[in-house]
Design a protein around this ligand. Structure first.
Ligand code: C2E
Ligand code: CA
Ligand code: CA
Ligand code: CA
Length: 276
């Protein structure tokens, strides 16, 4: 699947080998990870470039493995994406994320939540009903939730994906293109999708201060997104100089280690409260 070709996120472990004994063990244990409550969502703040307010968070899954310790998604998501296990993980993330976001809003913490979907989710005709069920059970306002999809995950079966995306959008959920620029897609699909946001992959953002062509790509992407009526988020902002340049270019939102790392839920709430 082309989706993993450029994850750009192999900061922790780039040596992924599906046939290693460790990976095979993990695969067999995934079934129990959810039941045993070993999965945990971390939340990374999304900041308004204009005034530094926290507008949202992205849910990023972690696995507290009893033997291997804290595992990052690059160590188990690609594996799960090869089977339908990923659909179970996605439903867990949605259930947990919706509940958490509803709780924040009840406590007057008004942050939106972004959740990552995989290619297999966009080929699952049951996804809209599953999401609708959780929405009703949790009582969440779908306007607070953005679902992140990648260009490659749409392109595996564009017609099926398009239909599923529109059904979920009709319920009031928002959509975002993640890792923009790393996958294959066409502008005609971009135009036909009910998008709210485009996220520039951090492989383009990281070097904009030093690399002229990266700076040009980021500038062009911001203009393209704005011309299509979309918000732009820059990923992987690691220093304040980069943030300043993004502000100059008119970028709307930013995510990155210099603004806020992914944090466990309690820490994220405290972090938000300390900022105001
Ligand atoms: P992503 O969706 O592109 O998420 C952003 C990744 O960049 C996260 O890695 C985040 O920790 C990292 N990051 C954020 N700011 C910076 C920065 O300033 N510098 C650098 N170098 N990295 C930064 P993480 O949490 O390891 O997640 C990796 C990937 O795993 C995600 O990439 C996403 O594709 C996938 N993933 C994570 N959680 C889920 C999930 O619940 N479901 C699915 N399907 N995929 C997930
Ligand atoms: Ca990425
Ligand atoms: Ca994402
Ligand atoms: Ca991304």
């Amino acid at each position: 699947m082309a989706q993993n070709a450029n994850k750009g996120s192999a900061v922790y472990d780039s040596s992924f080998d599906a046939h290693s004994p460790k990976q095979l063990t993990l695969m067999s244990e995934l079934h129990h990870a959810i039941e045993n409550r070993e999965l945990e969502l971390f939340y990374q703040p999304k900041i308004s470039v204009l005034d530094n307010r926290v507008l949202g968070a992205e849910a990023l899954v972690r696995w507290n493995h009893p033997k291997y310790g804290l595992l990052y998604p690059d160590q188990f998501i690609p594996l799960m994406e090869r089977s339908r296990l990923i659909q179970g993980l996605t439903m867990w993330v949605i259930q947990e994320g919706f509940a958490q976001c509803a709780e924040w809003h009840q406590a007057d913490l008004e942050v939106a939540l972004s959740i990552n979907l995989s290619a297999k989710d966009l080929n699952n005709p049951e996804l809209p009903d599953l999401i609708s069920g959780i929405k009703g059970a949790v009582g969440i306002n779908p306007a607070w939730i953005t679902l992140e999809i990648t260009e490659s995950s749409i392109m595996t079966d564009p017609d099926a994906a398009m239909a599923i995306i529109h059904r979920i959008h009709d319920m009031g959920f928002q959509f975002s293109i993640d890792d923009y620029g790393t996958g294959y897609s066409s502008l005609s699909y971009l135009k036909r999708l009910p998008l709210k946001e485009l996220k520039i992959d951090r492989s383009f953002v990281a070097d904009i201060l030093r690399d002229e062509s990266d700076a040009l790509i980021v500038n062009a992407t911001i203009n393209l997104a704005h011309n299509l009526g979309l918000e732009v988020t820059a990923e992987g902002v690691e220093d304040m100089e980069t943030l300043a340049l993004l502000k100059q270019e008119g970028c709307d939102l930013a995510q990155g280690f210099c603004l806020g790392k992914p944090m466990p839920q309690a820490e994220f709430v405290q972090w938000c409260q300390e900022r105001v």
